[in-house]
Design a protein around this ligand. Structure first.
Ligand SMILES: [Zn+2]
Ligand SMILES: [Zn+2]
Length: 256
């Protein structure tokens, strides 16, 4: 059994095909998935997926790219996270690729999520793009390691991976690791300790080889696992069991 640790099944391309997408998961042995919130406005749709399906869970948080939506405070996040199917806080973090002015509100919002995660004991799902140094700094300043969590859709260097691992974090790889051009990332995927590795699709985005350009879906997380197995010279079954065990160790509020 495989677990997709990060997907957006509530996004338009996927929510209209819910039955088909869940059937494809079952056919491919992808038995579990974590559905990730990006705004509080969308959270009810994400939670609804988790409430209707025993093998789906939800996170609560506001993505660093989203401006002009409801701004969360710690109390609001804690109230929404107080639900048995909500097993993580995020996705949160910093994204200076889409916000090149590196706005202060992103860092404030990130700090709020870290404080909420520490208060409720649910791990963080962290997004970082073109902002690795500030992301790691805020994680340290806010003692994010106390809540733990995952650096999702990892695309940074080995040094950044090492710094996140040092803070107790897990590293999750998406379909990007299957791209031929991702030579440095392939090395990072071979380097991360087996007991800190997670896999994800970030669907509907980032479809892995051999489905590039299509709408991604959780069933295709198997291709991410296959590529990581190839890079590490390990059997697929070993990557499958390790990433599944890691998922349930990290997201300890999820009932297998
Ligand atoms: Zn993300
Ligand atoms: Zn995402």
């Amino acid at each position: 059994m495989f677990v997709d640790s990060h997907c957006h099944l509530d996004f338009p391309d996927l929510r209209e095909r819910e039955v088909e997408v869940l059937a494809a998961m079952a056919e491919n042995g992808v038995d579990r998935a974590l559905c990730i919130s990006v705004t509080l406005e969308d959270f009810p749709a994400v939670l609804s997926l988790a409430e209707r399906h025993a093998h789906l869970w939800a996170s609560v948080g506001v993505h660093p790219d989203n401006a002009g939506c409801e701004e969360p405070d710690v109390a609001r996040l804690l109230a929404l996270a107080d639900h048995p199917k909500v097993i993580a806080i995020g996705e949160t973090g910093l994204d200076y690729h889409w916000h090149k002015d590196a706005p202060e509100w992103q860092r404030e919002r990130f700090r709020t999520h870290i404080r909420a995660a520490r208060a409720c004991g649910k791990p963080l799902v962290i997004h970082t793009r073109s902002a690795a140094a500030d992301t790691l700094r805020l994680m340290r300043e806010e003692n994010a390691g106390e809540a733990g969590g995952v650096m999702h859709c990892f695309t940074e260097s080995k040094e950044v991976a090492e710094a996140a691992l040092d803070q107790g974090f897990y590293i999750s790889f998406s379909g990007i690791v299957t791209f031929r051009s991702a030579t440095e990332l392939k090395e990072v995927a071979a380097y991360v300790p087996l007991d800190r590795l997670l896999i994800e699709t970030d669907s509907p985005y980032l479809a892995p080889v051999p489905h590039r350009g299509k709408t991604n879906q959780p069933a295709w997380v198997v291709h991410v696992a296959e590529e990581i197995a190839r890079l590490r010279g390990e059997p697929l079954a070993r990557i499958e069991s390790a990433t599944t065990e890691n998922f349930f160790r990290l997201f300890r509020h999820a009932q297998a």
